[in-house]
Design a protein around this ligand. Sequence first.
Ligand SMILES: C[S@@+](CC[C@H](N)C(=O)[O-])C[C@H]1O[C@@H](n2cnc3c(N)ncnc32)[C@H](O)[C@@H]1O
Ligand SMILES: Nc1nc2[nH]cc(C(=O)O)c2c(=O)[nH]1
Ligand code: SF4
Ligand SMILES: [Mg+2]
Length: 239
Amino acid sequence: MKKVPVLEIFGPTIQGEGMVIGQKTMFIRTGGCDYRCSWCDSAFTWDGSQQAELLNVDEIIEKLETIGGAAFNHVTISGGNPALHSGLGEVVKMLQEKGIKTAVETQGTIWQHWMKDIDEVTISPKPPSSGMDTNWEQLDEYIRQLNDREDKEVSLKIVIFDDKDLEYAVDVHQRYPHIAMFLQTGNEHLETADNSWLLSHLLNRYEELVEKVIASERLNEVKVLPQLHTLLWGNKQGV
Ligand SMILES: C[S@@+](CC[C@H](N)C(=O)[O-])C[C@H]1O[C@@H](n2cnc3c(N)ncnc32)[C@H](O)[C@@H]1O
Ligand SMILES: Nc1nc2[nH]cc(C(=O)O)c2c(=O)[nH]1
Ligand code: SF4
Ligand SMILES: [Mg+2]
């Protein structure tokens, strides 16, 4: 099989973002990304500062079980962009055989067939503040393929730093009105270790975002969330 570059495996923790926020889960974080978002909170997956380990499916499952014991039945795959790695297909299949639910976090730029087997797919297109451009036709096709599935869920999650990002979120929401849409407070303070300062700062940013959404006539169906894990544990990695 194809090996997968794994940056870290951690948990159980709670999913701190998006459609299944609060869900107890393990994380598999892969190395490498086709984007370079200016505010990426996981830049260590692609900036060369940390090395990924090439693992096969058995090694990945074994690590999940060693680290998580029997205290999980949900696994979230993130990165980097996990959609760079076709080898994850076998991991997803194996987890399904064990009755473990799966979720993935991706920006929706690269398609993999295993996406179809994931229970909860979060697509996170990137707003202007990231410095990345959206290929809309590619995103249309990505969402079409995922929306066709039965008993499986898909959602959109947009990180918001400023008013231009909010305008972008309106565009995405109007383009895909039937896909559940989550807006998430952006964290621009990726270096601070002062967790109590960060907590109050991010809660203020969250409140500002909530107020903007409340006032908008074009965002009546969205859900607004903070990054729960950042409120609890700050910028700590592996939680
Ligand atoms: C690190 S990314 C990995 C998965 C995939 N590359 C993606 O961007 O969707 C996971 C999630 O964290 C979000 N994120 C990254 N940096 C962030 C930040 N500074 N503040 C808030 N959310 C952030 C991304 O937008 C994405 O929804
Ligand atoms: N607890 C927790 N929840 C998360 N949701 C998305 C994460 C990610 O980095 O993809 C993440 C993460 O790193 N930790
Ligand atoms: S797409 Fe995701 S992992 Fe890649 S740079 Fe952007 S936020 Fe980071
Ligand atoms: Mg994260």
